[in-house]
Design a protein around this ligand. Structure first.
Ligand SMILES: [Zn+2]
Length: 401
């Protein structure tokens, strides 16, 4: 597909170039009456390229066309576009040579020169040569006065620093941009969470807490910062405070209630407050009838009042919001009930149903990126596919919560 795009860009460019060349050569012939060698070379190479194309040799055709396409103010944009296409095809090394070849031309305007430097930095990023990309970007930021280009360079630099896990440096670059681009606050909050995790591992809890509070100042919906703050409270034995922190999460992001349930349960159990946990679960159910909450309640009732009461509660709750996970849990409860009622082995129909729900649950997607749709079993704070932060959330609906 990209080959087609690349070739069509080239063919159009060559056709224009050929037309111009022929036209200019014609004018020169009128003046001097001498034959025009460049024009003839151009037409010969053009037909050699076409010949490659007809013989289904696209790589040779592309190389011939690039050689034929002279660099001048009319074609520089085509060369830049070609470099981009090569990079998109995964051939960043070819993109580098095209862009470096362009930079070697002395007659470029400052704007074009800076544009090419930015593309070259992208090529080096694609090749994983981060130090060269960083040097180019720093030079651009030092000298360019073009706001649009500076913003693009900063975005690229931030992407690079993020990949290098240079969180402090990334924060320094991004901070001045918050006013104009408030959406950048979210990734910055996650970098502060990353810093907090580093501090926790080095036993600097006070500093970790500072980073997390800053993260919430930047992005008050940062669930991750709240979860980490609750974790710190738990480690200090402040279970009530941890519960208080976790209580903010439904307000921050309803879909993350299932994410925080294990921590919530842990905090209540550590302070021997099962009744408090049950009341909290009912409160959460009023906000969102998620399967994880229903199952947690079912487990509490099962333990305290027996399996039949749990079946009653879970069956009734699931009637309003059916889900695969809920059905699977209900079947477990029925099997347990039959066992307790003296059946030597559970009903084979139940076992068959259980077999099906197990198989379906095994293949289900538990988390999905709300930006690009990437499916993930575990929760990841940065999407590995689109690299957005905080966009992967638990799947809600019949297959999920
Ligand atoms: Zn994504």
């Amino acid at each position: 597909m990209l080959d087609v795009a690349l070739l069509s860009v080239l063919l159009v460019a060559i056709a224009i170039g050929y037309g111009l060349g022929y036209h200019q050569a014609g004018r020169r012939r009128h003046r001097s009456l001498s034959p025009s060698a460049p024009s003839q070379a151009l037409s010969r190479d053009y037909f050699v390229g076409l010949n490659y194309l007809l013989n289904e040799q696209p790589d040779e055709a592309i190389n011939t066309f690039i050689n034929v396409l002279a660099v001048n103010s009319d074609t520089v944009d085509t060369h830049i576009a070609l470099g981009k296409l090569f990079r998109a095809r995964g051939e960043a090394d070819k993109a580098v040579s095209i862009h470096q070849n362009l930079l070697a031309r002395p007659a470029l305007s400052q704007h074009t020169n800076e544009q090419i430097q930015l593309e070259l930095a992208r090529d080096f990023m694609a090749l994983g040569v981060h130090d060269r990309a960083q040097r180019l970007l720093n030079t651009l930021l030092e000298h360019s006065s073009d706001d649009e280009l500076r913003y693009a360079a900063k975005q690229l630099l931030v992407d690079l620093l993020e990949r290098e896990k240079a969180w402090h440096q990334a924060l320094e670059v991004i901070q001045p941009l918050f006013k104009q681009h408030p959406k950048l606050r979210r990734p910055a909050a996650h970098w502060l969470c990353e810093l907090a995790i580093e501090e926790i591992s080095e036993a600097s809890r006070a500093l970790a807490k500072k980073h997390l509070k800053k993260a919430l100042q930047l992005d008050e919906s940062c669930v991750r910062a709240t979860l980490l703050l609750a974790e710190l409270e738990m480690d200090n034995g402040h279970y009530g405070r941890a519960i208080g922190r976790l209580d903010n999460i439904p307000r921050q992001e309803l879909a993350h209630i299932p994410t925080m349930l294990p921590a919530l349960k842990n905090a209540y159990l550590r302070r021997n407050d099962v009744a408090g946990f049950e009341a909290h679960l009912y409160r959460l159910l009023e906000q969102a009838p998620y399967t994880s909450i229903i199952i947690s309640l079912g487990q509490l009732v099962h333990q305290r009042d027996g399996v039949d009461k749990a079946i009653e509660l879970v069956g009734e709750r699931l009637r309003a919001v059916p889900s695969l996970g809920g059905l699977d849990y209900l079947i477990d409860l029925y099997i347990e009930s039959q066992r307790l009622n003296g059946k030597s082995s559970p009903d084979t129909r139940l076992l068959l149903l259980k077999h099906h729900t197990d198989a379906l649950l095994l293949n289900r997607t538990r988390h999905r990126c709300r930006h690009c749709g990437f499916a993930s079993d575990a929760l990841q704070w940065q999407c590995p596919s689109c690299r957005y932060w905080g966009t992967i959330k638990p799947v809600i609906g019949v297959e999920g919560e």
